[in-house]
Design a protein around this ligand. Structure first.
Ligand code: ADP
Ligand code: MG
Length: 362
């Protein structure tokens, strides 16, 4: 006979943590968002074996108060959200107090931090959401926080086996870092592998988004991009509710007709959050293929794939972005109309540039 038993809490928590943190790059996304929420202007990522061995994020943000260290990794401890109603207008990337907790259940977590008020910093280790005895040790450091997650999934063999090799996991880490580095112009990012002197990503605090695209994707991509700005309806503020109509603002860069690639790059931020939107991607791929049918041969029949960066602002009450920790796919109201408006806007830009090109050739 099968016996029904209650799972131990530690087992439940480890399973739940594996849902939030699927691989090093999903831990990285959470850590980068914490650094950005802390007002950092410099964020350095350090990786060993694709993050499987070490994932470290160092920032110069406001740091964590000494008094908060004991509860830092408890579930649902956060400095960002107080009332449920705050969710509608929340402007931090985090709010659930789940990321550090989850990471502490599936890795060896060490946090070093210093606030502006303190003469020195503190270092504490965490396991299964608890601070490890004997507690924080004083540490000479500068203002900011360094979070190091080591041996991710050391205690979840099935997850550990599902990880890809170091090279592939590192590519995912580079991808996440690149997206944030481009979007967050004004914040300097770096990403490198431990033991290597060369950084694989470097952006400067004074650089523009286009500078960052050039630094990360190369001058060949940056040269072919056109700036796009679209506006539709009212200012997309919190005064607009679900019952109101289409309202959005979009700023971005899209590749022009000379750009040819086998793989689409779509970097999409909605209301400041990094998300995916398959419908938008497909719609724009179809647009580019239809405008540039001749390019099929040169890309081996794959069609011309675009490079796209969009910073899309929607009324916060019309969008459910990232409400679930693992959900990167986003849902928003008026999705079909908004995607069609973006498609039409991009098409206009492309044909205007095509006309200009024909004109200059005459
Ligand atoms: P959330 O981001 O949803 O609040 P987390 O588990 O990611 O939850 O973080 C818990 C809390 O720890 C945050 O609310 C914040 O106060 C603090 N924290 C985490 N990372 C940093 C950091 N890099 N700098 C300053 N504070 C941090
Ligand atoms: Mg967070």
């Amino acid at each position: 006979m099968s016996v029904i038993r209650r799972l131990e809490e530690a087992v439940v928590n480890r399973i739940a943590a594996g849902e939030v943190i699927q691989r090093p790059s999903s831990a990285l996304k959470e850590l980068l968002e914490n650094s950005l929420d802390a007002g950092s202007t410099q964020i350095n990522v350090l990786v060993k074996e694709g993050g499987n061995k070490l994932l470290q994020v160092q920032d110069n943000g406001h740091g964590i108060r000494f008094a908060d260290l004991p509860i830092l990794c408890h579930r649902h401890t956060t400095s960002k959200l107080k009332e449920f109603e705050d969710l509608e207008t929340i402007n931090t990337l985090g709010f659930r107090g789940e990321a550090l907790c989850s990471i502490s259940f599936v890795s060896h977590l060490t946090i070093t931090t210093m606030t502006a008020e303190e003469a020195h910093g503190w270092r504490a280790k965490y396991k299964d959401s608890e601070m490890e005895p004997p507690g924080p040790k004083p540490q000479a450091c500068v203002k900011g926080t360094t979070v190091a997650a080591e041996d991710i999934f050391y205690n979840v063999p099935t997850r550990k086996r599902a990880l890809k090799g170091a090279a592939e996991e590192y590519n995912l880490i580079l991808d996440i870092t690149s997206r944030y580095a481009i979007f967050k112009a004004g914040v300097a990012f770096s990403c490198k592998r431990q033991g290597e002197s060369r950084t694989d990503i470097t952006t400067l605090a004074a650089a523009s988004r286009l500078d960052n695209i050039r630094a990360i994707y190369g001058p060949v991509v940056a040269k072919e991009l056109m700036e796009v700005e679209l506006a539709n309806g009212e200012e997309p503020g919190p005064h607009l509710g679900p019952e109101d109509g289409v309202a959005f603002r979009l700023k971005g860069y899209v590749s022009g007709l000379n750009y040819n690639s086998k793989k689409t790059v779509l970097i999409l931020f909605i209301n400041g959050r990094m998300v995916e939107c398959v419908q938008l991607r497909r719609t724009l791929e179809t647009l580019y293929t239809s405008i540039m049918p001749g390019s099929c041969k040169s890309t081996g029949g794959a069609g011309a794939r675009p490079w796209l960066f969009f910073d899309l602002i929607l009324p916060p009450r019309q969008v459910e972005v990232n409400m679930h920790p693992t959900k990167r796919e986003v849902g928003f109201l008026h999705q079909d109309e908004i995607i069609e408006a973006i498609r039409a806007g991009v098409e206009n830009h492309l044909s205007a540039s095509n006309n200009a090109r024909t004109f200059t050739q005459m």
